[in-house]
Design a protein around this ligand. Structure first.
Ligand SMILES: Cc1cc2nc3c(=O)[nH]c(=O)nc-3n(C[C@H](O)[C@H](O)[C@H](O)COP(=O)(O)OP(=O)(O)OC[C@H]3O[C@@H](n4cnc5c(N)ncnc54)[C@H](O)[C@@H]3O)c2cc1C
Length: 502
């Protein structure tokens, strides 16, 4: 007989472990399992192993709401974050619910049975099926098997080594070598100072500059608050303090971009050698927060440039040669190792295919409800974090809302909930209003957002606290039912067939 659980979580990364914590705290009697494609807990923080890997947002907001981050570092290294996620799973007894080596490929909803049948493939080729009442996708947002690599002319001619940060060879020896890092995002700015500690020289080769903001590696206010208020309350206050600071910077970036641009430029000038060409290498063409800001702890990137261990080339690759890279300007960068920090390939729902009563769910035809459920897809939620703040802020709220929804249904005897958009004035919009290349490359494979609440893309944590933690569950767009249910249309602006008053 097929095994059944009340809730099935897909993914044992930061989000999946957090979701399990919330779920078992709220419903000790509910059964659940976590299906994880890999053989380890931690997701991103287990996969990425390049030198210096670290968070690029502060740990007081990247940490869970329920588990204080107690280290002094505000920007933490990857192994510490992995340790934090694993300790959460171990201490809360979540580990034993994780089924490793289960890659979810399909999930089929039956309205008649009010349950999902979920199929997962195992490394030995076997397919395993489970059923569940509620499906929570915590599968992240990108492909694990492959990073993004643009086509570079002549790359096959290069005699040195080409490495992608997503597949960093554990034994790569870069000491005393000339390294070129292609890219200007969070990964590149992390890698450059880390490699520059032992490499002969590191060049960051970027097509165009990114906004880079120095922040103290340690949050002294957080340390004081912890002493004053104790671990839990100090953490809660620090979390809100950091939310407030990042929200202020974000809002000012939107309303007064020139002011923020000028402020970031002045900070860069102070940290770079006298006469440095700041405008060529550190003045982006877009406004702050059109793409994610890169945070660097204690300005380590600028320090490496000041020390002459690293430099920046703002140019384009013309071709690779045997010895290195020739740029469009004609300059040749000699290299022993080239690191292609060229980004991720986005992947929605971990590549799983969904059907509802036999009909395939085409994601671009669905609309995201509160940025966490899909129109026309019952008993289903997904976790995608903020682009302008730490991922976990949203992940915690998604789990909390899913628990509220389950409690609401339990109390009233419903077995099915489904968001339905039947308002013809709600117009579709991109799910991520973000200009980064990796988003623009694949946003058309993702669900849409809508022009109005609850379909509008929420990028404000404070607003989401109000709506997800405290807002009405039965808001008119969420439809509830018990027993057999007629199939509903997925798309926006389509009328629901049989709403049940809640
Ligand atoms: C290098 C790097 C640094 C980052 N730094 C930050 C930061 O500082 N701040 C921030 O807010 N965000 C950051 N992010 C975004 C980051 O991914 C999130 O912070 C967070 O780790 C996401 O957690 P997650 O559990 O949702 O997804 P992931 O960490 O991606 O974990 C998803 C898990 O689901 C599993 N999975 C996927 N598909 C399936 C499937 N079909 N079946 C079964 N299992 C599946 C994966 O194997 C994985 O274990 C960073 C991302 C990267 C790549």
């Amino acid at each position: 007989m097929t095994e059944h659980v009340d809730v099935l979580i897909v993914g044992a990364g930061l989000s999946g472990i957090g979701a399990a914590y919330h779920l078992q705290a709220a419903f000790p009697a509910k059964t659940y399992a976590i299906l994880e494609a890999r053989d380890a807990i931690g997701g991103t923080w287990d996969l990425f192993r390049y030198p210096g890997v670290r968070s690029d947002s502060d740990m007081f907001t990247l940490g869970y709401r329920f588990r204080p981050w107690t280290k002094a570092q505000a920007i933490a290294d990857g192994p510490s974050i992995l340790g934090y996620v694993r300790a959460t799973a171990a201490e809360a007894g979540i580990e034993r619910h994780v089924r490793f080596g289960h890659r979810v490929t399909r999930a089929a909803w039956s309205s008649e049975q009010a349950r999902w049948t979920v199929e997962a493939s195992r490394p030995d080729g076997e397919t395993v099926a489970l059923t569940c009442g509620f499906l929570l996708m915590c599968s992240g947002y990108y492909r694990y098997d492959q990073g993004y690599l643009p086509t570079f002319d002549g790359i096959g001619n290069f005699r040195g080594q080409v490495v992608h940060p997503q597949h960093w060879p554990a034994d790569l020896d870069y000491a005393g070598k000339r390294v070129v890092v292609i890219g200007s995002g969070a990964t590149a700015v992390t890698l450059v100072p880390a490699l520059a500690e032992t490499a002969e020289h590191v060049t960051m080769l970027q097509r165009s500059p990114t906004y880079i903001l120095t922040m103290p590696a340690e949050d002294v206010i957080a340390v004081q608050l912890r002493k004053l208020l104790g671990t839990r309350r100090g953490y809660a206050v620090t979390r809100w303090k950091n939310v407030a600071v990042m929200t202020l910077i974000y809002k000012l970036s939107r309303r007064r971009p020139d002011m923020i641009r000028g402020w970031i430029r002045q900070m860069a000038i102070k940290q770079l050698p006298a006469g440095y060409d700041v405008d060529t290498h550190f003045k982006p063409v877009y406004n702050p927060w059109d793409q994610r800001l890169c945070l660097v702890p204690d300005g380590d990137l600028f320090q490496a440039i000041r020390d002459g261990r690293a430099s920046v080339a703002t140019d384009r690759v013309k071709t690779f040669t045997e010895r290195g890279v020739v740029l469009e300007s004609g300059t040749e960068l000699g290299a022993d190792i080239v690191v292609t920090a060229t980004g991720l390939q986005l992947l929605a729902l971990g590549g799983a295919e969904l059907t509802v009563d036999g009909r395939p769910v085409r994601l671009p035809e669905t609309m995201a409800y509160k940025g966490m459920m899909l129109s026309g897809v019952p008993n289903f939620a997904f976790t995608i974090g903020y682009t302008n703040a730490s991922w976990t802020l949203k992940a915690d709220l998604v789990s909390e809302f899913a628990c509220r929804l389950l409690r609401y249904m339990d109390a009233r005897g419903y077995d099915t909930c489904v968001p339905v958009n039947d308002d013809p004035t709600v117009t579709p919009q991109p799910l991520l209003d973000f200009q980064a290349g990796y988003v623009l490359r694949s946003i058309d494979q993702f669900p849409r957002a809508g022009s109005r609440a609850p379909w509008r893309l929420g990028m404000s944590y404070a607003h989401d606290v109000v709506t997800l933690r405290h807002g009405k569950i039965d808001d008119g767009s969420m439809r509830f039912s018990r027993g057999r249910q007629e199939p509903r249309p997925f798309g926006s602006n389509l009328t629901a067939t049989r709403p049940v008053a809640g």
